[in-house]
Design a protein around this ligand. Structure first.
Ligand SMILES: Nc1ncnc2c1ncn2[C@@H]1O[C@H](COP(=O)(O)OP(=O)(O)OP(=O)(O)O)[C@@H](O)[C@H]1O
Ligand SMILES: [Mg+2]
Length: 232
C-alpha cells in the first residue's frame, strides 16, 4: 500500500501539529518517524491510518484520496501497534488476537487463524496465557499478532519498543520487519530510538510539525544491524 500526504496541515487550538507536510511512502517500504516529543509523529500515523483527518491537504492511499466514506474500509486494512500494548487483561493471548474479528466465521476457522498468527510471532505455546502471565516483549508480540488479524496492508507502530528493554525492543523491530516482508505490508514506525530507526529503510525526522530530514538507510548497514554487527 502506498501512502501519500500532500501539503497536510493539522491544527489544534493554539498550535500547528503538522505544517504542510509532503510525504510519499512507497508500497512495502519501512519508514521510521523520529524527532522530539510533540514533533508530530503520532499525528502522521493517525492521519495515515484514517483515525484523524487533515485540516488542509490530502492523504492518498494508492493514489486515491482518503475521503470520509473510505475511512472505515481503510482502517480495516490497517494494523496498529502501540507502546502500551493495550491488551484486554481478562482474555487469553489467543482471544486478544481474535478480539478485533467479529465471530462471523466458524469458530474453528477463527481459532486456526489466531494460532497461525501466534505462531508467526513465536508464541504458539502461550495461546492460553493471560497478559499478566506474559513478559513485556511477549505482550507486544500478542499485540502485533492482533494487529495482523485483518490482513492489513499498512502497519502503523507508535513507539512499539518504548516500554521494552533494548534487546527485547530490537527483537520486536526485527519481527515487525520480517512480518512486513512476509505479508507484503508498508510500515510506518514512530520511535525515539536511533537504533530502531536505523533498522528501517528510511528515516524521516520531524520537528515542530515539519520534515527536517529524510534519509535512506544504507542497505549494508541495515543488514549488519540485523545480524547484530558492529557499526562505527
Ligand atoms: N488531541 C489533541 N489535542 C490537542 N493537541 C494535540 C492533540 N494531539 C496532539 N496534539 C499536539 O500536537 C502536537 C504533535 O503531537 P504528536 O502526538 O503528533 O507528537 P509526537 O511527535 O508523537 O510526540 P511524542 O514523541 O511525545 O509521542 C503536540 O504539540 C501535541 O501536544
Ligand atoms: Mg507520539
Amino acid at each position: 500500500m502506498r501512502v501519500t500526504l500532500r501539503e497536510v496541515t493539522r491544527h489544534y487550538p493554539g498550535l500547528t501539529a503538522l505544517d504542510a507536510v509532503d510525504l510519499e511512502v512507497g508500497d512495502g517500504a519501512s519508514v521510521a518517524l523520529t524527532g522530539p516529543s510533540g514533533a508530530g509523529k503520532s499525528t502522521v500515523l493517525h492521519l495515515a491510518g484514517g483515525m484523524d483527518r487533515p485540516d488542509q491537504g490530502v492523504v492518498e492511499i494508492d493514489g486515491e484520496e482518503l475521503t470520509a466514506r473510505r475511512l472505515d474500509a481503510h482502517r480495516r486494512r490497517t494494523g496498529f501497534v502501540f507502546q502500551r500494548f493495550h491488551l484486554l487483561p481478562a482474555l487469553t493471548a489467543l482471544d486478544n488476537v481474535l478480539a478485533p474479528v467479529r465471530p462471523r466465521r466458524v469458530d474453528f476457522d477463527r481459532r486456526e487463524r489466531g494460532m497461525e498468527l501466534l505462531t508467526a510471532v513465536g508464541l504458539e505455546g502461550r495461546a492460553q496465557a493471560l497478559p499478566s502471565e506474559l513478559s513485556g516483549g511477549q505482550r507486544q508480540r500478542v499485540a502485533i499478532a492482533r494487529a495482523l488479524v485483518s490482513r492489513p496492508k499498512l502497519l502503523l507502530a507508535d513507539e512499539p519498543t518504548g516500554n521494552l528493554d533494548s534487546a527485547t525492543g530490537r527483537d520486536i523491530v526485527d519481527l515487525l520487519l520480517d512480518l512486513r516482508e512476509r505479508f507484503g505490508m508498508t510500515m510506518l514506525l514512530a520511535t525515539h530510538d536511533a537504533e530502531v530507526a536505523a533498522s528501517c529503510d528510511r528515516i524521516i525526522r520531524l520537528q515542530d510539525g515539519r520534515i527536517t530530514a529524510d534519509d535512506t538507510v544504507a542497505p549494508a548497514a541495515d543488514a549488519l544491524d540485523r545480524l547484530g554487527g558492529y557499526r562505527p
